[in-house]
Design a protein around this ligand. Structure first.
Ligand code: C2E
Ligand code: CA
Ligand code: CA
Length: 790
């Protein structure tokens, strides 16, 4: 009975300790969890040993338990100190110092355990009987007192650390009370024993007090969660944060910081206890009103170096939700700011040349015009377009093209700087890139409109001087259009448009020249604007019609195809030919809806014609460069073919050389897509553009249509005739079909038949006619045989 009570009493603290220690380890990271577990284990061994001593019947038994007790007595002070230091944030660093302290308990254990040595602990051992409890009556040896002194020092150090830590942290709640009770409990127990005031004297209450303390502390630490409960863990989290963290009390005094905060803001010593505003004067006021979701920006200067920060502020509340402090997290956002600035630059500057872009230019232009209005002076807008840049880009590749553009900028700038007459020089100049090879210059503060001429001419001259790119020597020609405020326009938009129009006029006049905006250009511009609005109306009113011009096959001596040609049924001017409006439609983008209408109309005309006549004639449709660049083109063509049921192999698409020259890589893809539809591809106006031979090799084509101008002059000019023959031969060598258009005379026809041209088209063989007449043409075809007309 007594034996099992003894077992129970000794096991109980052991089990409690084990459970709590496990819980502490589970809840808290090491080393805090380990320290708590060690504390609990030591207290349990001591208490269990003491209970065993009291309950043992024999002197021998009591002595054995007393020895067991010493395992607890000897190790507990160290565990206590470890726990206390851990609680205080590990500032003292007991882990590093504990090898200095550890020998003491081990010596004590050795002296207590070994019979020959334990005289140092106990000089005499006897049984005593007090109030029915039999206890050991001990006479102590020298080491005992030494060890007791050691223990008191360690215990005092630990208790002081816990209490001081609580003092440092102004959070008073259940946790703090439990911690204080835990810290002073063992002292109370020990005091009762030592002073003899013990109600059940001379029972030593110290081990029980320790066990109770250890359990109290463990529960306090484990249950009443607070930021600073296991500062070891939190401190390491905070220490590893790149953001600066300040823990503030309710009056903005710093309670705690992390290394990042100390490095960034606390140059003058320990920040604890100081007001955070003394440390960071630029801290946004009202940070107390901020929720954690707000991020407030501010900047802080140290030694003249500005750092940008974002601040978030989180209230620190105790479990009853009273706000007792704040946590400030301050993030260094300098890099982010720099990145944002870079994005801003990218949005406002041209990436290739670093020049202002269109938006920025517009802003400056508006400002310059306001100034010009105030001081009654002139401002000029120069529109520059490089004449031959596209060719350079296609021929030498994009990286040379980019280098050429950068060189062009250097030269334009140099041309603007070099001013011969100081008097006529503009007050200020701005150069911007509008995209591609288009640049715009703003000249401010001119006395006369003519003052814009010298800079413009210097720019052209500077561009023209040859420069080397690798092996090649290049020179650039530029067309410059000039519009001057207030003569050529009052606002930036008008002036830009007029300078652009003048630039086009300079190009049409052969390029490499300066062209002022003139009344003639103004008329052309006005007319263009007029045509544009009329075209809008025409699209709405369905005022377009198609005419079909026949193409004859020389070998089969009959009509094999028709080209669809657009006609505008103008309310006043009657039938208008595309030469008068296609360019405007192209520039304004109206060609896209018009082109879709043409495709749809031509294809449905053709299916109807086929149903009526059973013809297998091809249908040729013209595509303008703008349509060719339209990303929806392929889808639209496919849909139209499917909708109308026209067999794709009857469709022939006519493209101009200009359309092919835009961008070689995407062009190639697009041509493949067109082929995959089943349509064939013809190059229109062949020979009229440039680099004809180069792309013949690059692109997958089916037909070349030799430009009208060659046919027109072949009878008078034997070189033109030779050229036509050469082009036909070359086309055949490349496996292409050759079409000649603009055949107006019998002699031309004969020469072309002789040269082996595959198909002929021209007024001699048939004018473009409405669809209703196409059927008739097909029926009376035999009368139009080439042989017959020959
Ligand atoms: P193009 O593609 O070179 O079309 C041939 C032009 O030559 C047509 O002029 C046609 O009427 C004309 N022509 C035919 N035979 C002769 C002849 O024997 N002598 C002379 N002097 N001319 C002849 P049109 O219809 O005025 O078209 C002019 C240009 O407008 C076309 O040149 C083409 O580039 C464009 N175009 C016409 N229809 C369309 C269209 O539906 N879409 C697009 N994007 N452009 C079109
Ligand atoms: Ca054509
Ligand atoms: Ca043509």
């Amino acid at each position: 009975m007594k034996g099992s009570l003894q077992t129970a009493v000794t096991l109980l603290p052991a089990i409690t300790a084990a459970v709590l220690a496990w819980d502490a380890l589970r809840l808290r990271a090491r080393p805090a969890g380990l320290a708590i577990a060690a504390l609990l284990t030591s207290a349990a061994i001591w208490t269990g040993g003491y209970a065993g001593e009291i309950l043992a019947a024999t002197l021998q038994g009591k002595l054995l338990w007393a020895k067991v007790q010493y395992f607890g007595i000897a190790t507990l002070p160290l565990a206590w100190l470890a726990f206390a230091d851990g609680y205080a944030g590990g500032r003292w660093g007991w882990e590093r110092r504990w090898p200095l302290l550890a020998p003491m308990p081990f010596i004590t254990l050795a002296l207590a355990w070994t019979n020959e040595l334990h005289g140092m602990i106990w000089t005499s051992v006897a049984m005593d009987q007090i109030g029915g409890i039999s206890v050991l009556a001990l006479e102590h040896g020298t080491w005992f007192y030494l060890h007791v002194a050691f223990c008191y020092v360690l215990l005092a150090a630990g208790s002081i650390r816990i209490v001081r830590e609580l003092w440092r942290r102004p959070f008073f709640g259940r946790q703090a009370m439990a911690m204080v009770a835990g810290a002073i409990g063992p002292w109370a127990g020990n005091l009762l024993y030592v002073s003899g005031l013990n109600p059940i004297a001379p029972l030593d209450l110290t081990p029980f007090a320790f066990a109770a303390s250890a359990i109290t502390l463990t529960i306090a630490v484990g249950r009443f969660g607070f930021l600073d409960l296991v500062p070891v863990a939190h401190a390491s989290v905070l220490a590893s944060m790149a953001d600066s963290v300040f823990v503030l009390d309710s009056r903005d005094r710093v309670i705690d910081t992390n290394p990042a905060a100390r490095n960034s803001f606390c140059i003058g010593g320990d920040p604890v206890g100081r007001n955070v505003r003394d440390l960071i004067p630029s801290l946004p006021s009202g940070h107390r009103e901020l929720g954690p979701e707000h991020r407030h920006g501010f900047s802080h200067t140290v030694d003249g170096r500005i750092t940008h920060y974002a601040l978030s502020s989180t209230p620190l509340a105790d479990p009853r939700r009273r706000e007792s402090g704040r946590i400030l997290v301050i993030t260094d956002v300098t890099d982010q700011r720099l990145a944002e600035e870079r994005i801003h630059t990218l949005a406002h500057k041209d990436a290739l040349t670093g020049l202002p872009n269109r938006e920025v230019f517009r802003g400056r232009f508006d400002r310059a015009l306001r100034a010009a209005r105030r001081n009654g002076r002139h401002a000029a807008c120069l529109f520059i377009d490089l004449d031959n840049f596209k060719r350079i880009n296609d021929h030498y590749g994009h990286s040379i093209g980019d280098a050429v553009l950068r060189e062009a900028v250097r030269r334009i700038e140099a041309g603007l700087r070099a001013s011969d007459t100081v008097l006529a020089a503009p007050d200020d100049t701005t150069l911007a890139r509008f995209g591609g090879d288009e640049f715009v210059i703003l000249l401010e503060g001119l006395d006369h409109p003519e003052d814009a001429v010298p800079p413009a001419e210097r720019v052209i001259a500077a561009l023209q001087a040859p420069h080397r790119h690798g092996e090649s020597r290049l020179s650039l020609n530029a067309s410059v259009g000039v519009a001057v405020y207030p003569d050529d326009g009052e606002d930036a938009e008008t002036l830009l448009r007029n300078a652009d129009a003048a630039m086009y006029a300079a190009k049409e006049g052969g390029g490499n020249r300066v062209q002022f905006f003139t009344s003639r250009i103004r008329d052309a511009v006005t007319q263009r604007i007029e045509v544009e609005s009329e075209l809008h109306r025409a699209i709405e009113q369905d005022a377009f019609v198609l005419a079909y011009q026949p193409q004859f096959c020389t070998a089969r001596n009959r009509i094999v195809g028709f080209e669809a040609l657009l006609r505008w049924n103008h309310p006043e001017r009657g039938i208008v030919r595309p030469g008068d409006f296609v360019a405007v439609a192209e520039q304004s983008g109206l060609i896209i809806p018009m082109g879709e209408w043409i495709m749809q109309r031509a294809c449905s005309d053709w299916t109807r014609l086929r149903a009526a006549t059973g013809t297998d004639c091809r249908l040729a449709i013209n595509l303008s460069p703008r349509q060719f660049a339209d990303p929806r083109l392929i889808r639209y063509l496919r849909e139209t073919l499917e909708r109308t049921g026209l067999p794709p192999k009857l469709l022939e698409i006519e493209l101009t050389e200009g359309a092919l020259m835009e961008d070689t890589e995407t062009t190639q893809e697009l041509l493949e897509d067109l082929h995959s539809l089943g349509a064939s591809l013809a190059i229109d106006d062949f020979g009229a553009g440039y680099s004809s031979l180069a792309y013949m090799r690059t692109f997958h084509l089916d037909v070349i249509k030799i430009d009208r101008s060659f046919v027109a002059s072949m009878l008078d000019d034997h070189r033109a005739a030779n050229l036509v023959r050469a082009m036909i031969a070359m086309g055949h060598n490349l496996g292409l079909e050759v079409v000649c258009e603009g055949v107006e005379q019998q002699e031309q026809l004969e020469a072309l038949v002789e040269a082996g041209c595959d198909r002929l088209q021209g007024y001699l063989l048939g004018h473009p006619v409405p669809i209703e007449q196409v059927e008739a043409l097909l029926r009376q075809e035999p009368a139009h045989r080439l042989a017959a007309s020959a």
